[in-house]
Write a protein that binds this ligand. Sequence first.
Ligand SMILES: [Fe+2]
Length: 267
Amino acid sequence: MSVINGNALLRLKEWFFQYSGSFCHEDPLRKECIDLKISHTLKVCALIKDLAENLKLSEEETNLAEVIALFHDVGRFEQLMRYGTFLDAKSINHAELGVEILKEKKVFNGIDEKIQDIIFFSVSHHNRLELPEKEDAQRLFFGRMIRDADKLDIYAFSTNRFFQKDIPPNDPILLEVPDIPGISEEICRDILSGTIVKQKNLKSLNDLKLLIASWVYDINYERSFQIIHEKGYIEKIFSILPETENTRKIYSNIQKHLNEKCSIASK
Ligand SMILES: [Fe+2]
């Protein structure tokens, strides 16, 4: 199969920068949102390469993983321009929009169909609640990689943002959820019962913090668990959550899960 070699990767990176650079905006908040998505993309590229190295992937497989990271959020720019929001529920599924754009612009012309299929699958499934259980092994392998790398950068970014003093009310970057006191009972119940929290059930910034913390139950690769552990993301999130019986229980469950995964990884 015609793999993604160094030249193809370079050409695709150039395409991405040209495309994302065409979405400049005068409104400072809008501009911040666009810049944020570009920097998120680059960080996800670096993270996926870290995972690829840990998984001992070949150069071509690493290039494929990087291309998936490069394009996983390509739909975000058009979404923001058309609808003025990053909320899929209020606008459009940004992952599917991304695939539509990539196909329409024939970005992968000349690249093997099987490789294109893995890219389109991984991009279109990076934001799904879950991956399908029965699926082609390569689709699942790379789909899991982008889901981990994406979450790892959201951990890094959001734990910083939560501590920022000048967060705008209903921050568009933090899913427009209001910073009001309290935590939803349903969110706690879902996490304690091992159910994945749905974004549409979020009522406050505290709920969002818990949702992000609970992603440890949707992480796939050992290296990703190690990074979450090393960076102390869980501790940071819980340090800015109200202490209740529920949050204490959730914290201890999450830490237990993380420690188990990390000790397996270090064996
Ligand atoms: Fe995304």
